[in-house]
Design a protein around this ligand. Structure first.
Ligand SMILES: Nc1nc2c(ncn2[C@@H]2O[C@H](COP(=O)(O)OP(=O)(O)OP(=O)(O)O)[C@@H](O)[C@H]2O)c(=O)[nH]1
Ligand SMILES: [K+]
Ligand SMILES: [Mg+2]
Length: 442
């Protein structure tokens, strides 16, 4: 058994505030609380008002609300203490100094609480990621997704799949281990329909992957158009600030400019790009190359046209039209255009901008909304799930004459790939449990 340090850290943000919260976790947490208060531990999970004193000088530091969460039912699974003290730099510093004087205590490193919670099986990896995402969530959509991930919705589905896989593995191994015994002939083949169904479910999930990743990272929308169409002006109008330089000189924007927006709870990254046209200027040409390259990786594109050019579409925009593009006609204050295929706006007067935002929001929602919890919110989930599906496909592609040993290996690898997502990798332990419930042999 390893002797764990007891860690402490300011759990609330730095700076002046009404209350600051210290959190202690580890075997000495209870003793630390007793020495700081000079009293025995309060009842579990009930707040008590206590004076905190310096353990060496007995100087009063602050009056605090203290909470005692004995392990293993705490956030980290260890003994945890929370000290709610008065906010303010000097109070926090004094309490931190006092904590540092106590035996076995040291300041926590970044992520150490979540790491201990993971080590003690209080959190799986997806829940830990969800917690991190929740703390960083800036929009409603991100908050909802993070919360679902944190409360274990994702873990339950992955673990359910993994258990089914390991059951299929047990059936396949039974065919190897008990080959000479009195087993039904088809026991090794029974895994097949289970694996086929699991594989289909995972493939379905992979096609939904962009939803979760987009929701976490945001949707990317590129604004494209001829020079001086008003791309930078439109970006500024949407962002409600002067993020990009606007001038009447064609070729003002030369590099890709990114602005992050929150569209009714959906995160969006807006890209302003160099005007697309024929030029011999090297720098402009490079800008145009980058604009096109970025535009192609964007989730969708706003093709911006000067109302005075309408309905002639500049050459450079023509090959970018399609279902992932939205035609927007700008400068309608200079020339009115009829209700057309495009959206009429004026970046200058603001006319039509609200309508554009509504359209963007609707598009973004259509791309991102999902009533079921999304299972893939990060690249690493997608990669692991793709690995898993590859193994299952290999299993399914094998003919009936294939060696059960090799089939079992495919399933074992598939289970490992899934285990990488949640951080639960105990294939053998689970296999033992399943075998013990298996009514063969005895
Ligand atoms: N009247 C009017 N002028 C506009 C409107 N939008 C932009 N402009 C003007 O058009 C000119 C070009 O605007 P920019 O936003 O710099 O255009 P751009 O497409 O970013 O141009 P480049 O970066 O050079 O490709 C500026 O003088 C703007 O003030 C509009 O809706 N109405
Ligand atoms: K310009
Ligand atoms: Mg510009």
């Amino acid at each position: 058994m390893t002797v764990m340090d007891t860690i402490f850290a300011l759990a609330s943000g730095r700076g002046r505030a009404g209350v600051a919260v210290f959190r202690l976790s580890g075997p000495q947490a209870g003793a630390a609380l007793e020495s700081l208060t000079g009293q025995s531990l309060p009842p579990a999970r009930a707040a008590r008002l206590r004076w905190l004193k310096d353990p060496e000088t007995a100087d009063r530091l602050d009056q605090a609300l203290v909470l005692w969460f004995p392990g293993p039912g705490s956030f980290t699974g260890e003994d945890v203490v929370e000290l709610q003290i008065h906010g303010g730099a000097a109070v926090s510093a004094a309490v931190a100094r006092a904590l540092g004087k106590l035996p076995g205590l040291r300041p926590a490193e970044a992520g150490e609480y979540a790491r201990r919670a993971f080590a003690n099986d209080r959190l799986d990896l997806t829940s830990a990621e969800g917690l991190g995402d929740l703390i960083n969530a800036e929009t409603e959509g991100q908050r909802r997704q993070a919360l679902r991930q944190m409360d274990g919705a994702m873990e339950r589905i992955y673990e359910g799949w993994r258990t089914q896989l390991i059951e299929a593995l047990a059936m396949t191994e039974a065919a190897i281990d008990f080959a000479d015994e009195d087993l039904p002939d088809d026991v090794g083949l029974r895994a097949r329909p289970v694996v086929a169904e699991l594989c289909a479910a995972m493939e379905r999930e992979l096609t939904r992957a962009p939803v979760g990743e987009r929701l976490r990272d945001g949707l990317t929308v590129a604004i494209l158009g001829a020079p001086n169409a008003g791309k930078s002006s439109l970006l500024n109008a949407l962002a409600r600030r002067e993020a990009a330089i606007v001038s009447d000189r064609a070729g003002t924007t030369r590099d890709v400019i990114e602005v992050h927006l929150d569209l009714h709870g959906l995160p969006m990254t807006l890209l302003d790009t160099a005007g697309l046209h024929d030029t011999v200027d090297d720098i402009e040409l490079e800008g145009i190359r980058r604009a096109r390259a970025r535009a192609l990786t964007a989730d969708f594109r706003i093709l911006l046209l000067d109302a005075r050019d309408w309905p002639v579409m500049p050459e450079a925009l023509r090959d970018l039209t399609g279902p992932d593009s939205l035609l927007v006609i700008n400068k309608t204050d200079l020339r009115a255009v009829e209700e057309t295929a495009g959206l009429a706006v004026s970046a200058k007067t603001g006319a039509g901008i609200d309508h554009l935002i509504e359209t963007l929001t609707a598009r973004a929602e259509a791309l991102m909304s999902s009533s079921e919890p999304v299972l893939i919110t990060r690249q690493r989930h997608r990669y692991a799930l793709e690995d898993c599906v590859r193994e299952l496909q290999r299993f399914l592609a094998a003919g009936t004459d294939r060696d059960f040993e090799l089939l079992a290996e495919d399933l074992r690898m598939a289970a490992r790939a899934l285990g990488r997502i949640t951080g639960r990798v105990d294939v053998e332990d689970l296999l033992d449990v399943i075998f013990s419930e298996f009514c063969i042999g005895k």
